[in-house]
Design a protein around this ligand. Structure first.
Ligand SMILES: Nc1ncnc2c1ncn2[C@@H]1O[C@H](COP(=O)(O)OP(=O)(O)OP(=O)(O)O)[C@@H](O)[C@H]1O
Ligand SMILES: [Mg+2]
Length: 165
């Protein structure tokens, strides 16, 4: 099986279930969608219809007791349907990421912003590396944050809501 190379996300007939007490509850059933570069896709549905489950599958963040029971999932040309944790981690932070609705749930209030960005960079790279401080400042600059060197040394409560996102 292959994917169309122009697609960043290609979800084909995907089913995801959660195992519980010997039973599996299907949260996503035979769902297909695709997204090319520059496209925006909004997923709309009632509470419990499987939106977060689908997003977690794309991010490679399904919990242990979840299972992709049918279909395929391609992200940036790589098939992630049954990929290892290591493969999924390599995609995360490079080609897929999450901007949470409430950033304070994801940011640790006791760590400086720079340390928290470093954590993700080091995980993506697989190890500590010398240029990490420069990368932190560059990333902050890329998203339009002023005084990036200062910001990297600040704590989450010292940033505005938009900056935290
Ligand atoms: N970690 C989990 N373990 C077991 N079942 C789960 C888990 N997460 C979600 N589910 C179940 O999967 C189904 C889909 O849930 P999901 O969170 O994907 O819905 P949603 O569309 O994101 O809802 P909402 O709009 O409320 O955020 C629900 O029946 C839910 O109970
Ligand atoms: Mg949800």
């Amino acid at each position: 099986m292959t994917t169309d190379n122009n697609l960043l996300i290609d979800v084909r007939q995907l089913s995801v279930g959660y195992r519980s007490g010997g039973q599996t509850l299907l949260a996503v059933q035979r769902l297909s969608l695709s997204m090319a570069q520059g496209e925006t896709v909004a997923i709309v549905g009632e509470s419990g219809s499987g939106k977060s489950t689908l997003a977690n599958a794309i991010l490679g963040l399904l919990p242990e007791h979840a299972q992709i029971s049918a279909g395929q999932l391609w992200v940036d040309g790589n098939e992630l349907t049954h990929a290892s944790e290591r493969q999924k981690r390599l995609q995360r932070g490079r080609t897929v990421g999450l901007v949470p609705q409430d950033p304070m749930v994801s940011l640790n209030p006791t760590l400086r912003i720079g340390q928290q960005i470093a954590e993700a960079l080091i995980l993506a790279k697989g190890k500590r590396y010398p240029g990490v401080d420069a990368d932190i400042v560059e990333l902050l600059q890329q998203v339009g944050i002023d005084k990036p060197v200062l910001r990297a040394r600040q704590y989450p409560h010292e940033l505005s809501g938009g900056m935290r996102q």
